[in-house]
Design a protein around this ligand. Structure first.
Ligand SMILES: Nc1ncnc2c1ncn2[C@@H]1O[C@H](COP(=O)(O)OP(=O)(O)OP(=O)(O)O)[C@@H](O)[C@H]1O
Ligand SMILES: [Mg+2]
Length: 220
């Protein structure tokens, strides 16, 4: 509709530079929003083509996600640290869905550090995101930690709700965490949040490890 309006304006006279600039900006915002929603919907469409549930090396999923992000993060001067425990075992689920969860958590961390940089106005602030995998209490954990804005106690109760967002309509649909939560529940896991406003947020994904000792041994 926006493009139709622009075309109409062009054919009915001479549109001003300001008019065009404004229209292009608005349309850009809409396109961003569409791109966002499509990114989320891809998780569901993948479900139909690759329903496969398999043994997944969670550290490998994190390692694979990194090159996709590295250039973008270097460009924005965000330090990305990865620390994976090589002895962490396997979890059961769909690799692409878990990858989507990791990417969602990291993109939230990125937004949080970018936002903090804007509001604190401290030239020494170093944006940092740490991704780690480890065992805790017989469970497999994946953590994404950032030193960004943090989440208020009130918001913490809502962040997993569909369409809950504190971001501009162009930059957030509020679907990332609710979709991620659904994926992790499907894998019999959970996501826990620790956060301190203006200091940090730690999102911890906790998954049961696969008890595959029996079947592997029986192969030999
Ligand atoms: N690491 C974080 N630091 C600070 N706030 C966070 C963090 N992760 C999530 N949030 C808060 O939770 C809200 C919901 O997150 P969610 O990922 O579901 O949606 P979104 O990021 O706003 O939009 P989308 O993921 O669709 O782009 C965010 O708007 C933000 O307020
Ligand atoms: Mg998000």
């Amino acid at each position: 509709m926006g493009l139709d309006n622009v075309l109409l304006k062009i054919s009915s006279g001479k549109p001003t530079g300001d008019y065009l600039k404004n229209k292009v900006n608005v349309l850009h915002g809409y396109i961003d929003r569409i791109r966002h929603i499509i990114d989320h919907i891809r998780t569901f469409s993948r479900e139909q083509t690759s329903l496969s549930v398999e043994k997944i090396d969670i550290s490998e999923v994190c390692r694979n996600a990194l090159p996709i992000l590295r250039t973008q993060y270097d460009h924005h001067q965000i330090i990305l640290r990865l620390s994976t425990d090589p002895t962490v075992g396997f979890v059961i689920g769909n690799k692409y869905k878990l990858e989507q969860v990791v990417l969602n958590l990291i993109s939230n961390a990125r937004d949080a550090v970018e936002e903090k940089e804007k509001i604190i106005d401290d030239p020494n602030y170093q944006k940092e995101i740490k991704i780690s995998t480890f065992y805790d209490d017989e469970k497999i954990c994946l953590e994404v930690e950032d030193n960004g804005t943090g989440i208020s106690e009130e918001d913490r109760n809502n962040i997993f709700d569909p369409f809950f967002t504190t971001k501009d309509p162009e930059s957030g649909t509020g679907l990332g965490l609710s979709i991620s939560y659904g994926i992790i529940r499907e894998m019999n896991g959970e996501i826990r949040v620790r956060s301190h406003v203006n200091e940090y947020t730690v999102m911890r994904v906790i998954l049961p490890k696969v008890d595959y000792g029996q079947s592997e041994n029986s192969d030999s």
